[in-house]
Design a binder for this molecule. Structure first.
Ligand SMILES: [Fe+2]
Ligand SMILES: [Fe+2]
Length: 252
């Protein structure tokens, strides 16, 4: 069982029938993750299982992987983590920015199911949404993640690489919608909007529920202070444009 700790979780799921059900029972949705490059030991750390839950999860996995065999249940070494009652202010601010992004995603999603005529009549709204996505979601919010927050972590770690790749994929979908708007290709507009909104919805959920809480547990108070002041500089730089973007999609 110890040998499995450094194995990729998706390979374990593929190799051993039933592991996926165990993980799902523990609310660990690795199969839905677009990358799934984490090792088994990363899963435990990222999902913040306590020692007794970790033991139960490993025991249930062992029963599936080695049925009827008594195996040693691994025990992970625990790094000291920072205990905070609430998520720290800089990360709470990023979650607040997600609320604004999700509002625009919801408006765009309504257009995906619209008929061709309505879709083409909504070109101006789609262009406005793309402008918001490029500037607020990407140049402002994703840049805060990539250029500031992620720099506190190992750039080569699977979870950081996965998040950055999703940002890149999002940009590709935005370009595909912009190109499709020029030619009035409604199927391509719909495809691009759907791909983008599906990707970002999952991406934000992962950040809000897993990535940010995990990061918050790793960051010291000093790190949080630095994050706070670096974010404040960016917020200041973007303040007038952000007032416009947030108000543009806040009503209705
Ligand atoms: Fe992100
Ligand atoms: Fe984000």
């Amino acid at each position: 069982m110890n040998a499995l700790l450094d194995k990729n979780i998706k390979e374990i799921i593929k190799e051993y029938n039933g592991v996926e059900d165990v993980l799902t029972k523990w609310n660990i949705g690795c199969t839905g993750c677009s990358m799934g490059t984490c090792r088994l030991r990363d899963i435990i750390e990222i999902h913040n299982l306590n020692e007794s839950d970790e033991y139960s999860l490993f025991s249930e996995m062992a029963e599936v992987i080695y049925p009827g065999v008594k195996v040693e249940i691994p025990k992970l070494q625990r790094k000291p983590k920072v205990l905070r009652k609430k998520i720290s202010p800089p990360l709470a601010a990023l979650i607040e920015e997600h609320v604004n992004i999700k509002r625009v995603i919801a408006k765009v999603q309504l257009l995906i199911t619209a008929d061709d005529k309505t879709l083409l009549e909504s070109t101006a709204v789609i262009e406005q949404a793309l402008d918001f996505i490029r500037n607020y979601a990407d140049k402002f919010h994703h840049a805060k993640e990539e250029d500031i927050l992620f720099k506190f972590f190992d750039a080569n770690s699977d979870i950081i690489v996965a998040m950055e790749e999703e940002h890149v994929a999002g940009r590709k979908y935005v370009r595909s919608v912009a190109d499709a708007l020029k030619t009035g290709n409604t199927a391509a507009i719909r495809n691009g909007l759907k791909s983008y909104t599906d990707l970002l919805t999952e991406h934000i959920k992962k950040e809000d529920e897993i990535l940010y809480p995990w990061m918050d547990r790793q960051l010291s108070d000093r790190d949080i202070g630095q994050l706070f002041s670096k974010f404040a500089e960016v917020d200041e730089k973007f303040s007038s444009q952000n007032v416009k973007y947030v108000s543009l999609f806040s009503e209705g």
